[in-house]
Design a protein around this ligand. Structure first.
Ligand code: CMP
Length: 158
């Protein structure tokens, strides 16, 4: 199993609705590790770099304007299969399809105001993490529950 890092952004709607703690708690309770975190108003150049793959799409200008309109919270998250697990916790991009129990399923109804962003592949994650965090901003530490949360091979049999 691969230990991966991924980027999550709590979007302006998530910050302004007071959902920061609720959202971070979901990743932490899953067993994923927060290794960097900051609140910032995303500079336009950073938003354009982040969302470059969407340039030219009908929603691109709306997306850039929204993401730069007010503070966001950026998180670097680490764990086994972190990219896939975070996207499952977030739910489908379109809140009309996201399952109850997921972040978007529980807290959003509009695709433009879907509370969170997360990287879609490990390769994308590395590119997106570099936009938001310097290498020395990602911390290394052990969670006290790592041996229990992670691979079965770590578990001591009675
Ligand atoms: P996000 O995960 O941040 O990635 C791109 C964002 O574009 C997406 O979440 C949505 O908030 C936003 N968006 C708006 N309209 C669409 C659309 N029709 N399809 C995909 N993403 C959209």
């Amino acid at each position: 199993m691969e230990t991966e890092q991924t980027l999550v952004l709590i979007k302006p709607d998530g910050v302004q609705r007071g959902l920061i703690g609720e959202i971070i708690t979901r990743y932490e309770h899953k067993g994923l590790k927060i290794i960097a975190m900051k609140m910032l108003q995303l500079p336009r150049v950073a938003a354009e770099a982040l969302y470059a793959p969407h340039r030219g799409k009908s929603f691109y200008d709306l997306l850039i304007n929204f993401m730069t309109s007010a503070p966001i919270v950026a998180l670097a998250i680490e764990g086994q299969n972190a990219v896939e697990l975070v996207r499952i916790l977030n739910g489908d991009t379109n809140p009309r399809k996201s399952e109850p129990g997921s972040i978007r399923g529980d807290f959003s109804i509009d695709i433009s105001h879907n509370v969170v962003h997360a990287s879609d592949t490990p390769k994308t994650a590395e590119r997106e993490l570099e936009i938001l965090f310097a290498a020395d901003e990602r911390c290394q530490y052990r969670r006290i529950d790592e041996a229990i949360v992670n691979a079965v091979s770590n578990v001591t049999q009675p």
